[in-house]
Ligand binder design. Structure first.
Ligand SMILES: [Zn+2]
Length: 68
């Protein structure tokens, strides 16, 4: 059976899968409380523990993540 691959995009869905915006790691279920949420340009982005720690200064500085 062929299953169409869902296309990630600005569909406005609240049920979009959560992945680390830096390394692409996915939590097994709900978003772990240790993950960091950063809202940039109106887009909610999550970072896993390792990436959040590595990018903590950048997140706190509210810098654009495009240069990561
Ligand atoms: Zn990560």
């Amino acid at each position: 059976m062929d299953q169409p691959t869902p296309h990630p995009g600005p569909s406005g869905s609240e049920a979009q899968p959560v992945v680390c915006a830096s390394c692409g790691t996915r939590p097994p279920g709900e978003i772990p409380p240790t993950w960091t949420c950063s809202v940039e340009n109106g887009t909610r982005q999550y970072f896993c523990v390792d990436c959040a720690r590595a990018n903590l200064r950048a997140i706190e500085g509210r810098l654009d993540s495009s240069w990561w």
